[in-house]
Design a protein around this ligand. Structure first.
Ligand code: FES
Ligand code: FES
Length: 168
């Protein structure tokens, strides 16, 4: 049994109780993924599982068997991901603890939006071209908390990367 983490094969731990978060941080030294609440409330541990955002604290490593995990480290391809650069330019963090989860979550959130998936604040569920308004964006990112209060900068960074710039 094995999974792929940032393109590299990794054996699934023999202990089925190991969370994906602990596998990443404690056994693979991928400490970019953060442990905040460890109970699904803060979003700091968000990673991509086959491109979808998941809370790695609530995901068992064994559930990722045969699947592909991407962490914040895996988003870097030679240079910083455009959204990482935008977080710097738009002051999207203070302490930075929530930032890897925010960025992984936003990368997947944008794909959900592009597929036309509605959110809790989408007015017209039949709308195939939902506008990523301020309310839509904040609702779709509401699972990722920032205790420093950098939410305005986070929203600005996402808008600059995916709405203003358009196609990244
Ligand atoms: S550490 Fe996973 S949601 Fe908070
Ligand atoms: S930047 Fe500190 S918790 Fe978000």
């Amino acid at each position: 049994m094995a999974l792929t983490v940032n393109g590299a094969p990794v054996p699934v731990p023999t202990d089925p109780r190991v969370s994906l978060l602990d596998l990443l941080r404690e056994r693979l030294d991928l400490t970019g993924t953060k442990k905040g609440c460890n109970q699904g409330a803060c979003g700091a541990c968000t990673v991509l599982l086959d491109g979808e955002r998941v809370l790695s604290c609530l995901t068992l490593a064994v559930q990722a068997d045969g699947r592909s995990v991407t962490t914040i480290e895996g988003l870097v391809e030679g240079a910083m991901h455009p959204l990482q650069q935008a977080f710097i330019e738009h002051d999207g963090f203070q302490c930075g603890y929530c930032t890897p989860g925010q960025i992984c979550s936003a990368v997947a959130m944008v794909e959900e939006w592009r597929r036309g998936s509605p959110s809790n604040v989408t007015q017209d569920l039949a709308d195939s071209a939902i506008e990523l308004t301020h309310d839509e964006l904040r609702e779709r990112m509401s699972g990722n908390l920032c205790r420093c209060g950098a939410h305005n900068g986070i929203v600005d960074a996402i808008v600059a990367t995916y709405v203003t710039e358009g196609a990244r």
